[in-house]
Design a protein around this ligand. Structure first.
Ligand code: ADP
Ligand code: MG
Length: 347
């Protein structure tokens, strides 16, 4: 299939028109009209075969996930998704693969009223880059740096399922990719928490999506906010499958596994009731899992000193984990980081 036919096939399968799309796929650039008085939030993520997903992965699941991991970043900022760009590098122009990929992408794009407005298509080892643009109010928004000492830490949904499913799949004992129940669904079909992120604009002081593992990602919030964090391991929300695992195996998956795409956020204690009510309204469990504290000498030891108004690029700030008996716990596995170890994880 020639390149133009491939692009046309994608543009037919994925919604490519919508509010604010003055010019979409087909010209040298898309022309977009953001809503007056709003700001744009923009984010981009790449999934590489062999790094972020196993060779031979189900293309429909990949289409969903390539968009989902990007929408999760918009969710963490409290933005409403509007438009996306898709850069596809494919080893070959396989029509069946492309149709399945487009189905997965289109399902999520339709659900969130997002239009695909452009991209690029090249030949090479399989790699998927999606760029999303979302709308933010003129004021406010969620960042990593706004947490205050004494704020409570919350997380949405459950943690650890995706890492558990990946471990099983790598060991050759995973369920089939078509099985959308259980832990495989968390790995293949993460649900970006967009409605939650938008609702949190009224309540949260800081927010991040959990892609590299809770410990690393909450560490980014702590560092950017110039604080440390403390987690109660007993309160980490888990699926029935995760809760049935030995404690330390579960904690390690939940703290360091990554690929969860839940939102972790902070808010003052007096916001707790409103936050739990928001969770009820969305049908999404929100769990208080710890608190933020001023960085003292003892707390900054393991993770380095916090920098006020950090830009979020440094290694994470200190996060201390408490076992149910009150003692400290340090996970056995390191957090995911590119260029530091081989393996598979989230972007
Ligand atoms: P150019 O050579 O001018 O960059 P291309 O042939 O790369 O143009 O792309 C033609 C049109 O198709 C552009 O509007 C581009 O944004 C769009 N496009 C190319 N690849 C994709 C893709 N994978 N997904 C969505 N749109 C794409
Ligand atoms: Mg091009």
């Amino acid at each position: 299939m020639p390149e133009f036919a491939l692009i046309e096939r994608l543009a037919r399968a994925i919604p490519s028109r919508g509010p604010g799309v003055d010019l979409g796929i087909g010209d040298d650039a898309a022309v977009l009209a953001p809503e007056p008085g709003k700001r744009l939030a923009i984010s981009s993520d790449t999934l590489n075969e062999g790094v972020h997903f196993l060779p031979g992965a189900d293309p429909e699941a990949l289409g969903h996930k390539a968009l989902a991991v990007n929408l999760s970043d918009l969710a963490a900022m409290g933005a409403e998704p509007r438009w996306a760009l898709l850069n596809l590098t494919l080893p070959e122009a396989d029509a069946d693969w492309l149709d399945a990929f487009a189905r997965g992408f289109a399902g999520l794009a339709t659900a969130h009223e997002l239009a695909l407005v452009g991209g690029d298509t090249t030949q090479g080892p399989l790699s998927l880059t999606v760029t999303v643009l979302g709308s933010l109010p003129a004021q406010g928004g969620l960042t990593r740096s706004g947490a205050g000492a004494g704020d409570r830490v919350f997380v949405s949904g459950t943690l650890g399922d995706a890492a558990y499913a990946l471990g099983r799949r790598q060991a050759g004992v995973g369920d089939s990719a078509a099985d959308l129940s259980g832990t495989d669904a968390a790995l293949d079909r993460p649900s970006p928490r967009l409605a939650l992120g938008q609702g949190l604009l009224r309540h949260a002081t800081a927010c991040i999506d959990v892609s590299d593992g809770l410990l690393a990602d909450l560490g980014h919030v702590a560092r950017a906010s110039g604080l440390s964090a403390e987690l109660e391991l007993a309160s980490l929300p888990g699926s029935e499958t995760l809760l049935a695992l030995p404690e330390t195996q579960r904690w390690d998956l939940q703290l360091c596994g990554g690929d969860d795409y839940e939102l972790c956020f902070t808010a003052p204690p007096e916001r707790r009731e409103a936050i739990l009510a928001l969770g009820e309204q969305l049908g999404l469990p929100l769990t208080e899992i710890g608190f933020m504290a001023a960085t003292d000498g003892a707390a900054s030891g393991a993770g380095g000193e916090a920098t006020p108004a950090g830009h979020g690029l440094e290694p994470g700030g200190n996060v201390r984990c408490r076992r149910p008996d009150g003692s400290d716990y340090t996970p056995a596995r390191p957090a995911w980081e590119h260029f530091s170890r081989p393996g598979l994880s989230g972007p």
